[in-house]
Design a protein around this ligand. Sequence first.
Ligand code: UD1
Length: 429
Amino acid sequence: MDKILINGNGPLNGTIAISGAKNAALPLMIASMLSEESLILENVPRLADVESLIRILENHGVDYRVEGKRRGKSGMSGRTIHFSASEIVDTTAPYELVSKMRASFWVIGPLLARMGEARVSLPGGCAIGTRPVDLFIDSLAAMGADISIDHGYINASARNGLIGTRYRFPKVSVGATHVLMMAATLAKGTTIIENAAREPEVTNLGECLNAMGAKVSGLGTSTITIKGVEKMHGARHRVVADRIETGTFAMAAAMTGGSVYLQGVQPHLLQTVLDKLVEAGATIESDNGGIRVSRNGSALKPVNITTEPFPGFPTDLQAQFMALMTRADGVSEITETIFENRFMHVQELARLGANISLDGQKATVTGVENLKGAQVMATDLRASVSLVIAALVAEGETAVNRVYHLDRGFEMLEEKLSACGARIERIRE
Ligand code: UD1
Protein backbone atom coordinates (compact mmCIF):
# COMPACT_ATOMS: atom_id res chain seq x y z
CA MET A 1 0.00 0.00 0.00
CA ASP A 2 1.22 3.53 -0.78
CA LYS A 3 2.70 5.67 1.95
CA ILE A 4 3.48 9.34 2.27
CA LEU A 5 6.87 10.55 3.45
CA ILE A 6 7.12 13.98 5.04
CA ASN A 7 10.21 15.79 6.20
CA GLY A 8 9.34 18.52 8.67
CA ASN A 9 10.66 21.85 7.46
CA GLY A 10 9.88 25.56 7.41
CA PRO A 11 6.70 27.58 7.00
CA LEU A 12 4.17 26.97 4.25
CA ASN A 13 3.79 29.84 1.81
CA GLY A 14 1.66 29.98 -1.29
CA THR A 15 -1.83 29.48 -2.69
CA ILE A 16 -4.03 26.39 -2.47
CA ALA A 17 -7.16 26.00 -4.61
CA ILE A 18 -9.82 24.34 -2.47
CA SER A 19 -11.66 21.43 -4.08
CA GLY A 20 -15.36 20.66 -4.16
CA ALA A 21 -16.60 19.11 -0.92
CA LYS A 22 -16.64 15.33 -0.73
CA ASN A 23 -19.52 15.49 1.71
CA ALA A 24 -21.57 17.57 -0.72
CA ALA A 25 -20.59 15.70 -3.90
CA LEU A 26 -21.72 12.31 -2.54
CA PRO A 27 -25.35 13.20 -1.71
CA LEU A 28 -25.60 15.30 -4.89
CA MET A 29 -24.53 12.32 -6.99
CA ILE A 30 -27.11 10.17 -5.21
CA ALA A 31 -29.79 12.80 -5.91
CA SER A 32 -29.30 12.19 -9.65
CA MET A 33 -31.39 9.04 -9.18
CA LEU A 34 -34.49 11.14 -8.46
CA SER A 35 -34.91 12.12 -12.12
CA GLU A 36 -34.98 10.47 -15.52
CA GLU A 37 -33.12 13.50 -16.87
CA SER A 38 -29.43 14.32 -16.48
CA LEU A 39 -27.96 16.00 -13.43
CA ILE A 40 -24.74 17.80 -14.34
CA LEU A 41 -22.47 18.37 -11.38
CA GLU A 42 -19.58 20.83 -11.61
CA ASN A 43 -16.52 20.91 -9.35
CA VAL A 44 -16.66 17.21 -8.44
CA PRO A 45 -13.41 16.29 -6.64
CA ARG A 46 -11.21 13.39 -7.78
CA LEU A 47 -11.49 11.12 -4.76
CA ALA A 48 -11.67 7.42 -4.06
CA ASP A 49 -15.08 7.88 -2.38
CA VAL A 50 -16.47 9.53 -5.52
CA GLU A 51 -15.23 6.60 -7.62
CA SER A 52 -16.77 4.10 -5.18
CA LEU A 53 -20.11 5.86 -5.36
CA ILE A 54 -19.97 5.90 -9.17
CA ARG A 55 -19.67 2.09 -9.05
CA ILE A 56 -22.74 1.90 -6.82
CA LEU A 57 -24.80 4.25 -8.99
CA GLU A 58 -23.79 2.30 -12.12
CA ASN A 59 -25.18 -0.81 -10.50
CA HIS A 60 -28.57 0.91 -10.18
CA GLY A 61 -28.45 1.84 -13.89
CA VAL A 62 -27.00 5.35 -13.70
CA ASP A 63 -24.82 6.34 -16.68
CA TYR A 64 -22.15 8.95 -16.25
CA ARG A 65 -19.93 10.99 -18.50
CA VAL A 66 -16.99 13.11 -17.48
CA GLU A 67 -16.59 16.33 -19.47
CA GLY A 68 -13.15 16.87 -21.00
CA LYS A 69 -10.87 19.66 -19.88
CA ARG A 70 -12.03 23.12 -20.96
CA ARG A 71 -9.97 26.16 -21.89
CA GLY A 72 -8.75 27.99 -18.80
CA LYS A 73 -9.10 24.97 -16.52
CA SER A 74 -6.09 23.38 -14.86
CA GLY A 75 -5.60 19.77 -13.85
CA MET A 76 -6.30 20.92 -10.30
CA SER A 77 -9.85 22.04 -11.16
CA GLY A 78 -12.71 19.74 -10.24
CA ARG A 79 -14.42 17.72 -12.93
CA THR A 80 -17.85 18.24 -14.45
CA ILE A 81 -19.77 14.97 -14.52
CA HIS A 82 -23.13 14.21 -16.15
CA PHE A 83 -25.23 11.63 -14.30
CA SER A 84 -28.17 10.13 -16.08
CA ALA A 85 -30.64 7.82 -14.38
CA SER A 86 -33.12 7.44 -17.23
CA GLU A 87 -33.97 3.99 -15.94
CA ILE A 88 -33.32 2.46 -12.54
CA VAL A 89 -32.64 -1.19 -13.30
CA ASP A 90 -31.79 -2.52 -9.86
CA THR A 91 -33.08 -1.36 -6.47
CA THR A 92 -30.59 -3.44 -4.45
CA ALA A 93 -27.38 -1.90 -3.14
CA PRO A 94 -25.22 -4.92 -2.33
CA TYR A 95 -22.91 -5.41 0.63
CA GLU A 96 -19.77 -5.62 -1.56
CA LEU A 97 -20.33 -2.02 -2.68
CA VAL A 98 -22.02 -0.38 0.33
CA SER A 99 -19.57 -1.74 2.90
CA LYS A 100 -16.77 0.36 1.35
CA MET A 101 -18.38 3.66 2.15
CA ARG A 102 -21.09 4.52 4.61
CA ALA A 103 -22.64 7.34 2.59
CA SER A 104 -23.63 4.91 -0.17
CA PHE A 105 -26.38 3.72 2.19
CA TRP A 106 -28.11 7.01 1.37
CA VAL A 107 -29.29 5.62 -1.99
CA ILE A 108 -32.19 4.26 0.05
CA GLY A 109 -33.88 7.71 -0.14
CA PRO A 110 -34.11 8.20 -3.93
CA LEU A 111 -34.72 4.49 -4.61
CA LEU A 112 -37.67 4.41 -2.26
CA ALA A 113 -39.04 7.74 -3.50
CA ARG A 114 -38.82 6.95 -7.21
CA MET A 115 -39.21 3.17 -7.34
CA GLY A 116 -41.25 2.49 -4.21
CA GLU A 117 -38.69 -0.07 -3.01
CA ALA A 118 -35.08 -0.44 -1.92
CA ARG A 119 -32.93 -3.23 -0.54
CA VAL A 120 -29.77 -1.73 0.86
CA SER A 121 -26.97 -3.40 2.77
CA LEU A 122 -26.25 -2.06 6.25
CA PRO A 123 -23.26 0.28 5.87
CA GLY A 124 -19.53 0.15 6.67
CA GLY A 125 -17.14 3.07 6.19
CA CYS A 126 -14.79 4.93 8.57
CA ALA A 127 -14.21 3.11 11.83
CA ILE A 128 -15.46 5.92 14.05
CA GLY A 129 -17.99 4.56 16.48
CA THR A 130 -20.92 2.28 15.85
CA ARG A 131 -22.80 4.70 13.56
CA PRO A 132 -26.29 3.16 13.65
CA VAL A 133 -29.05 3.72 11.07
CA ASP A 134 -32.05 3.95 13.41
CA LEU A 135 -32.80 7.56 12.45
CA PHE A 136 -33.07 6.64 8.77
CA ILE A 137 -35.40 3.75 9.50
CA ASP A 138 -37.56 5.69 11.90
CA SER A 139 -37.95 8.75 9.65
CA LEU A 140 -38.68 6.78 6.47
CA ALA A 141 -41.21 4.68 8.38
CA ALA A 142 -42.86 7.93 9.47
CA MET A 143 -43.37 8.66 5.75
CA GLY A 144 -45.24 5.39 5.37
CA ALA A 145 -42.43 3.03 4.29
CA ASP A 146 -42.58 -0.60 5.40
CA ILE A 147 -39.14 -1.51 6.67
CA SER A 148 -37.63 -4.80 7.74
CA ILE A 149 -34.08 -6.00 8.29
CA ASP A 150 -32.83 -9.42 7.22
CA HIS A 151 -29.45 -10.97 6.42
CA GLY A 152 -27.67 -7.64 6.91
CA TYR A 153 -29.97 -5.80 4.53
CA ILE A 154 -32.65 -3.18 5.03
CA ASN A 155 -35.74 -3.83 2.92
CA ALA A 156 -37.90 -0.77 2.45
CA SER A 157 -41.06 -0.49 0.41
CA ALA A 158 -43.74 2.08 -0.25
CA ARG A 159 -45.74 0.66 -3.16
CA ASN A 160 -48.21 3.54 -3.21
CA GLY A 161 -45.58 6.19 -2.66
CA LEU A 162 -44.26 7.97 0.40
CA ILE A 163 -46.54 10.33 2.30
CA GLY A 164 -45.54 13.76 3.59
CA THR A 165 -45.32 14.05 7.35
CA ARG A 166 -43.97 16.17 10.19
CA TYR A 167 -40.92 14.43 11.63
CA ARG A 168 -38.62 15.57 14.42
CA PHE A 169 -35.16 13.99 14.54
CA PRO A 170 -34.29 13.10 18.14
CA LYS A 171 -30.65 13.82 17.26
CA VAL A 172 -29.07 15.91 14.50
CA SER A 173 -27.89 13.68 11.65
CA VAL A 174 -26.43 14.96 8.40
CA GLY A 175 -27.03 11.73 6.50
CA ALA A 176 -30.56 11.15 7.76
CA THR A 177 -31.46 14.76 6.87
CA HIS A 178 -30.10 14.27 3.33
CA VAL A 179 -32.08 11.05 2.90
CA LEU A 180 -35.36 12.32 4.31
CA MET A 181 -35.11 15.50 2.24
CA MET A 182 -34.48 13.49 -0.96
CA ALA A 183 -37.26 11.01 -0.16
CA ALA A 184 -39.74 13.82 0.54
CA THR A 185 -39.23 15.53 -2.84
CA LEU A 186 -41.40 12.94 -4.61
CA ALA A 187 -43.80 12.21 -1.73
CA LYS A 188 -47.50 12.99 -1.66
CA GLY A 189 -48.04 16.17 0.36
CA THR A 190 -45.72 18.22 2.54
CA THR A 191 -42.93 17.00 4.80
CA ILE A 192 -41.62 19.12 7.64
CA ILE A 193 -38.27 18.03 9.08
CA GLU A 194 -37.58 19.37 12.55
CA ASN A 195 -34.15 19.35 14.19
CA ALA A 196 -32.71 19.01 10.68
CA ALA A 197 -28.96 19.28 10.11
CA ARG A 198 -27.90 22.81 9.12
CA GLU A 199 -24.58 21.82 7.53
CA PRO A 200 -23.69 23.70 4.32
CA GLU A 201 -23.66 20.37 2.48
CA VAL A 202 -27.36 19.90 3.35
CA THR A 203 -28.06 23.37 1.98
CA ASN A 204 -26.04 22.57 -1.15
CA LEU A 205 -28.12 19.43 -1.71
CA GLY A 206 -31.40 21.29 -1.07
CA GLU A 207 -30.46 23.97 -3.62
CA CYS A 208 -29.70 21.27 -6.18
CA LEU A 209 -33.03 19.55 -5.48
CA ASN A 210 -34.79 22.88 -6.06
CA ALA A 211 -32.90 23.30 -9.36
CA MET A 212 -34.29 19.85 -10.25
CA GLY A 213 -37.84 21.04 -9.62
CA ALA A 214 -38.29 20.20 -5.93
CA LYS A 215 -39.92 22.60 -3.48
CA VAL A 216 -37.58 22.76 -0.49
CA SER A 217 -37.51 25.71 1.92
CA GLY A 218 -35.92 26.49 5.26
CA LEU A 219 -32.44 25.34 4.18
CA GLY A 220 -29.77 26.32 6.67
CA THR A 221 -32.32 26.35 9.51
CA SER A 222 -33.32 23.44 11.70
CA THR A 223 -36.78 23.23 10.12
CA ILE A 224 -36.83 22.18 6.49
CA THR A 225 -40.09 22.01 4.55
CA ILE A 226 -40.48 19.96 1.40
CA LYS A 227 -43.62 20.08 -0.75
CA GLY A 228 -43.76 16.89 -2.76
CA VAL A 229 -43.81 17.14 -6.57
CA GLU A 230 -44.84 14.57 -9.22
CA LYS A 231 -41.56 14.56 -11.11
CA MET A 232 -38.06 15.97 -10.93
CA HIS A 233 -36.11 17.16 -13.96
CA GLY A 234 -32.50 17.64 -15.02
CA ALA A 235 -30.30 20.46 -13.72
CA ARG A 236 -26.77 21.80 -13.57
CA HIS A 237 -25.30 22.42 -10.13
CA ARG A 238 -21.94 23.27 -8.59
CA VAL A 239 -20.48 21.37 -5.63
CA VAL A 240 -19.73 23.80 -2.78
CA ALA A 241 -16.07 24.25 -1.73
CA ASP A 242 -14.85 21.83 0.90
CA ARG A 243 -14.90 23.52 4.31
CA ILE A 244 -13.12 20.56 5.90
CA GLU A 245 -10.28 20.70 3.38
CA THR A 246 -10.16 24.47 3.94
CA GLY A 247 -9.95 24.05 7.70
CA THR A 248 -7.30 21.36 7.31
CA PHE A 249 -4.99 23.58 5.24
CA ALA A 250 -5.73 26.54 7.51
CA MET A 251 -4.48 24.43 10.43
CA ALA A 252 -1.43 23.32 8.44
CA ALA A 253 -0.61 26.99 7.79
CA ALA A 254 -1.12 27.88 11.44
CA MET A 255 1.01 24.92 12.50
CA THR A 256 4.00 25.69 10.29
CA GLY A 257 3.80 29.49 10.34
CA GLY A 258 4.03 31.33 7.04
CA SER A 259 1.12 32.51 4.97
CA VAL A 260 -1.23 30.51 2.76
CA TYR A 261 -4.07 31.81 0.59
CA LEU A 262 -6.98 29.38 0.35
CA GLN A 263 -8.80 30.03 -2.87
CA GLY A 264 -12.50 29.58 -3.56
CA VAL A 265 -13.60 29.50 0.08
CA GLN A 266 -16.66 31.04 1.69
CA PRO A 267 -15.40 32.00 5.18
CA HIS A 268 -18.86 31.99 6.80
CA LEU A 269 -19.04 28.23 6.20
CA LEU A 270 -16.32 27.73 8.79
CA GLN A 271 -16.49 30.82 10.96
CA THR A 272 -16.33 28.88 14.25
CA VAL A 273 -13.12 27.21 13.09
CA LEU A 274 -11.56 30.47 11.92
CA ASP A 275 -12.42 32.11 15.26
CA LYS A 276 -10.62 29.28 17.08
CA LEU A 277 -7.58 29.67 14.83
CA VAL A 278 -7.43 33.38 15.62
CA GLU A 279 -7.61 32.54 19.33
CA ALA A 280 -4.70 30.17 18.76
CA GLY A 281 -2.61 33.00 17.30
CA ALA A 282 -3.27 32.89 13.55
CA THR A 283 -4.28 35.89 11.46
CA ILE A 284 -7.14 35.45 9.01
CA GLU A 285 -7.91 37.91 6.24
CA SER A 286 -10.71 37.30 3.78
CA ASP A 287 -11.64 38.79 0.43
CA ASN A 288 -14.07 37.79 -2.29
CA GLY A 289 -11.83 35.04 -3.62
CA GLY A 290 -10.91 33.26 -0.40
CA ILE A 291 -8.99 33.59 2.87
CA ARG A 292 -5.38 34.11 3.85
CA VAL A 293 -4.16 32.29 6.95
CA SER A 294 -0.87 33.43 8.46
CA ARG A 295 1.13 33.07 11.63
CA ASN A 296 4.35 34.95 11.75
CA GLY A 297 6.56 34.40 14.73
CA SER A 298 3.86 34.40 17.43
CA ALA A 299 3.60 31.29 19.62
CA LEU A 300 0.60 28.96 19.29
CA LYS A 301 -1.80 29.49 22.20
CA PRO A 302 -3.77 26.64 23.77
CA VAL A 303 -7.48 26.74 22.85
CA ASN A 304 -10.30 24.43 23.99
CA ILE A 305 -12.82 23.09 21.50
CA THR A 306 -15.98 21.00 21.67
CA THR A 307 -17.34 19.41 18.50
CA GLU A 308 -20.97 20.16 17.67
CA PRO A 309 -23.34 20.06 14.72
CA PHE A 310 -23.05 23.07 12.36
CA PRO A 311 -22.51 25.95 13.05
CA GLY A 312 -20.43 24.52 15.92
CA PHE A 313 -16.89 23.19 15.58
CA PRO A 314 -17.01 20.25 13.10
CA THR A 315 -16.04 16.78 14.26
CA ASP A 316 -14.27 16.36 10.89
CA LEU A 317 -11.69 18.96 11.99
CA GLN A 318 -11.21 17.72 15.54
CA ALA A 319 -8.18 15.53 14.80
CA GLN A 320 -6.46 18.28 12.81
CA PHE A 321 -7.04 20.83 15.58
CA MET A 322 -5.64 18.38 18.09
CA ALA A 323 -2.50 18.06 15.95
CA LEU A 324 -2.16 21.84 16.05
CA MET A 325 -2.57 21.93 19.81
CA THR A 326 0.25 19.41 20.32
CA ARG A 327 2.64 22.33 19.72
CA ALA A 328 0.71 24.99 21.70
CA ASP A 329 2.27 26.83 24.55
CA GLY A 330 0.13 25.26 27.32
CA VAL A 331 -2.74 22.86 27.93
CA SER A 332 -5.89 22.56 25.83
CA GLU A 333 -8.99 20.39 26.10
CA ILE A 334 -10.68 18.79 23.12
CA THR A 335 -14.14 17.32 23.62
CA GLU A 336 -15.80 15.11 21.01
CA THR A 337 -19.59 15.01 21.25
CA ILE A 338 -20.62 13.67 17.81
CA PHE A 339 -18.95 10.24 17.61
CA GLU A 340 -18.08 8.05 20.57
CA ASN A 341 -14.86 6.62 19.21
CA ARG A 342 -13.09 9.34 17.33
CA PHE A 343 -9.73 9.56 19.09
CA MET A 344 -7.74 6.95 17.17
CA HIS A 345 -5.26 9.63 16.15
CA VAL A 346 -4.24 10.16 19.79
CA GLN A 347 -1.93 7.17 20.01
CA GLU A 348 -0.40 7.95 16.62
CA LEU A 349 0.20 11.61 17.51
CA ALA A 350 1.88 10.24 20.66
CA ARG A 351 4.28 8.30 18.42
CA LEU A 352 5.39 11.68 17.08
CA GLY A 353 6.04 12.88 20.64
CA ALA A 354 2.71 14.53 21.51
CA ASN A 355 1.56 14.60 25.11
CA ILE A 356 -2.17 13.76 25.19
CA SER A 357 -4.26 12.09 27.86
CA LEU A 358 -7.73 10.70 27.27
CA ASP A 359 -10.71 10.61 29.58
CA GLY A 360 -13.84 9.36 27.84
CA GLN A 361 -14.89 11.97 25.29
CA LYS A 362 -12.26 14.49 26.42
CA ALA A 363 -8.61 14.72 25.37
CA THR A 364 -6.20 16.92 27.29
CA VAL A 365 -3.30 18.08 25.17
CA THR A 366 -0.17 19.47 26.79
CA GLY A 367 1.84 21.29 24.16
CA VAL A 368 5.42 20.14 23.57
CA GLU A 369 8.32 22.07 22.03
CA ASN A 370 9.25 19.46 19.48
CA LEU A 371 7.63 16.61 17.61
CA LYS A 372 9.82 13.92 16.10
CA GLY A 373 9.22 11.99 12.87
CA ALA A 374 8.11 8.36 13.13
CA GLN A 375 6.18 5.62 11.34
CA VAL A 376 2.45 6.24 11.83
CA MET A 377 -0.86 5.14 10.36
CA ALA A 378 -4.51 5.85 10.87
CA THR A 379 -7.73 4.05 10.25
CA ASP A 380 -9.83 7.06 9.37
CA LEU A 381 -9.65 9.85 6.89
CA ARG A 382 -9.47 12.92 9.12
CA ALA A 383 -7.19 11.18 11.62
CA SER A 384 -4.74 10.43 8.78
CA VAL A 385 -4.53 14.05 7.74
CA SER A 386 -3.97 15.15 11.34
CA LEU A 387 -0.77 13.08 11.23
CA VAL A 388 0.28 14.92 8.08
CA ILE A 389 -0.19 18.27 9.85
CA ALA A 390 1.93 17.14 12.79
CA ALA A 391 4.58 15.69 10.47
CA LEU A 392 4.98 19.05 8.71
CA VAL A 393 6.73 20.39 11.82
CA ALA A 394 8.22 17.16 13.21
CA GLU A 395 12.00 16.84 13.17
CA GLY A 396 13.17 14.34 10.54
CA GLU A 397 11.07 11.97 8.51
CA THR A 398 7.53 10.77 9.14
CA ALA A 399 6.00 7.95 7.11
CA VAL A 400 2.20 8.01 7.04
CA ASN A 401 1.09 4.51 6.13
CA ARG A 402 -2.29 3.36 4.77
CA VAL A 403 -2.78 6.49 2.69
CA TYR A 404 -5.84 4.87 1.19
CA HIS A 405 -7.80 6.85 3.77
CA LEU A 406 -6.32 10.16 2.62
CA ASP A 407 -7.22 9.38 -0.98
CA ARG A 408 -10.83 8.89 0.06
CA GLY A 409 -11.18 12.53 1.02
CA PHE A 410 -8.28 14.79 0.00
CA GLU A 411 -7.71 15.68 -3.64
CA MET A 412 -4.04 16.10 -4.60
CA LEU A 413 -2.91 16.51 -1.02
CA GLU A 414 0.81 16.12 -1.70
CA GLU A 415 0.70 18.41 -4.75
CA LYS A 416 -1.13 21.14 -2.86
CA LEU A 417 1.21 21.04 0.14
CA SER A 418 4.42 20.74 -1.83
CA ALA A 419 3.40 23.74 -3.97
CA CYS A 420 3.58 25.70 -0.69
CA GLY A 421 7.05 24.42 0.17
CA ALA A 422 6.34 21.24 2.15
CA ARG A 423 8.69 18.30 1.64
CA ILE A 424 6.15 15.59 1.03
CA GLU A 425 6.15 12.69 -1.41
CA ARG A 426 4.17 9.56 -2.10
CA ILE A 427 5.95 6.24 -2.24
CA ARG A 428 4.01 3.81 -4.42
CA GLU A 429 4.28 0.23 -3.25
C1 UD1 B 1 -21.59 13.05 7.97
C2 UD1 B 1 -20.27 13.24 7.27
C3 UD1 B 1 -19.12 12.98 8.22
C4 UD1 B 1 -19.27 13.83 9.48
C5 UD1 B 1 -20.66 13.66 10.09
C6 UD1 B 1 -20.91 14.63 11.24
C7 UD1 B 1 -20.66 12.69 4.96
C8 UD1 B 1 -20.40 11.77 3.82
N1 UD1 B 1 -20.18 12.33 6.15
O1 UD1 B 1 -21.64 11.69 8.37
O2 UD1 B 1 -17.90 13.29 7.54
O3 UD1 B 1 -18.30 13.44 10.43
O4 UD1 B 1 -21.67 13.91 9.10
O5 UD1 B 1 -20.77 15.92 10.82
O6 UD1 B 1 -21.27 13.73 4.79
N2 UD1 B 1 -26.62 8.59 14.22
C9 UD1 B 1 -27.50 7.75 14.86
N3 UD1 B 1 -28.45 7.10 14.12
C10 UD1 B 1 -28.55 7.26 12.78
C11 UD1 B 1 -27.67 8.15 12.12
C12 UD1 B 1 -26.71 8.81 12.87
O7 UD1 B 1 -27.43 7.58 16.07
O8 UD1 B 1 -29.43 6.64 12.17
C13 UD1 B 1 -25.60 9.29 15.02
C14 UD1 B 1 -24.18 8.94 14.59
O9 UD1 B 1 -23.76 7.72 15.15
C15 UD1 B 1 -23.42 10.13 15.15
C16 UD1 B 1 -24.43 11.28 14.96
O10 UD1 B 1 -25.70 10.68 14.78
O11 UD1 B 1 -23.18 9.95 16.52
C17 UD1 B 1 -24.14 12.20 13.79
O12 UD1 B 1 -23.91 11.41 12.65
P1 UD1 B 1 -24.36 11.89 11.21
O13 UD1 B 1 -24.55 13.37 11.20
O14 UD1 B 1 -25.49 11.04 10.76
O15 UD1 B 1 -23.06 11.53 10.36
P2 UD1 B 1 -23.02 11.05 8.86
O16 UD1 B 1 -24.12 11.67 8.09
O17 UD1 B 1 -22.83 9.59 8.79
